[in-house]
Design a binder for this molecule. Structure first.
Ligand code: PEP
Ligand code: MN
Length: 346
């Protein structure tokens, strides 16, 4: 349930509510808004709890959270959340473009692609060092060497970096290098991993599983939030359907549905959904038009040489075109783009 404090309730009154929530054996989660404070009381609640908390000074009302996901719900936090990643806001009025190669294959390719996307308007750099591959014989990523390259390249270009962590044992290592963890579609219900990144505290880009419902997806986000880490960004990346012309079906409707249920920022990944570069820009624009807070997209200047996901990588010129189009779609729906004064090219 949530305890909604009166407008103008004092700090001491809120502290007392927090204390009482703890005494009732519940865990308090405090959200201090511009006008009022809300205290989430999560745990095994008894029917008497509501009246006990409602009687406290400074409390306006106590309402149950009806959704199974609590901290992720809009009932708990009515305003849109903004997650800061190395100084870049995700989830505000401006949409964000995250780009880079699928996998870091060597320093030269990473530097070429990173510079190309930075010049063309990307504000966060992506690149996998630990790759979840369907076949054990495929390139598995450069591991820590790749993370070092990504960190150095990101620093040189003043771009925060995001990279995937595959399991709980890797969290400490990956966490030393990245500004944001990526949790992949295949790990959506790896609860131990979700808890570990929750404890680590750095921002998390949580991809939707290709077979998870929106409710299951938000429950996975709840694992991270329940450990005290509020910095979760959701990402719709396509689900399995009977459609065979694309790799996955980008579930555009998930964007407004998640926005309805949750305050967390939502971005789309059109690359893994499409599986083919000619469809990527259309899907990215559809995501922005549907209300997504940004995109994460794969770019490669030499996709034919790529060891991973070459067919879906945008060429730099296509990426340039996309950024220009996103700016227009965003403007049409009253939004801007996060731009860290990079000069656009192409
Ligand atoms: C990726 O971003 O390279 C990736 C493997 O994504 P997903 O987990 O969505 O398949
Ligand atoms: Mn990929």
């Amino acid at each position: 349930m949530i305890v909604i404090m009166q407008q103008g309730a004092t700090e001491a009154q809120a502290d007392h509510v927090i204390e009482r929530v703890e005494q009732l054996g519940l865990t308090p989660h405090v959200s201090r808004g511009q006008f009022r404070t809300i205290v989430g009381a999560i745990g095994d609640k008894q029917p008497a709890h509501q009246a006990i908390l409602e009687a406290l000074d400074g409390v306006e009302r106590v309402v149950p959270i009806t959704k199974p996901f609590k901290l992720a719900s809009r009932e708990f936090h009515s305003e849109d959340s903004v997650v800061e990643v190395g100084g870049v806001p995700i989830g505000g009025s401006a949409v964000v473009v995250i780009a880079g190669p699928c996998a870091i294959e060597n320093a030269d390719m990473l530097n070429r692609i990173a510079s190309a996307v930075a010049e063309r308007g990307a504000v966060l750099l992506r690149g996998g060092a630990f790759k979840p591959r369907t076949s054990p014989y495929d390139f598995q990523g450069l591991g820590e060497e790749g993370l070092k390259m990504l960190r150095e390249t990101g620093d040189n270009l003043s771009m925060p970096i995001v990279s995937e962590v595959l399991n709980a044992a890797q969290v400490e290592l990956v966490g030393q290098y990245v500004d944001m963890f990526q949790i992949g579609a295949r790990n959506i219900q790896n609860f131990q991993l979700l808890r570990e990144v929750g404890d680590f505290g750095k921002p998390v880009l949580l991809k939707r599983g290709f077979a998870s419902t929106v409710r299951e997806y938000l429950m996975s986000a709840e694992y991270i939030l329940s450990r005290g880490n509020r910095n979760v960004v959701l990402c719709e990346r396509g689900i399995k359907t009977f459609a065979t012309e694309v790799r996955f079906t980008l579930d555009i409707s998930a964007v407004p549905v998640i926005k309805n249920y949750s305050h967390l920022p939502v971005i789309v990944d059109p690359s893994h959904a499409a599986g083919a570069r000619q469809y990527v820009n259309a899907l990215a624009l559809a995501g922005i038009a549907a209300g997504a807070d940004g995109i994460i997209v794969e770019v490669n200047d030499r996709p034919e040489e790529s060891l991973c996901d070459g067919p879906q990588a945008l060429l730099p010129d296509m990426f340039s075109e996309l950024v220009g189009q996103i700016e227009k779609v965003a403007a049409a729906i009253g939004r801007t783009m996060v731009n860290t004064n990079k000069k656009k090219k192409g």
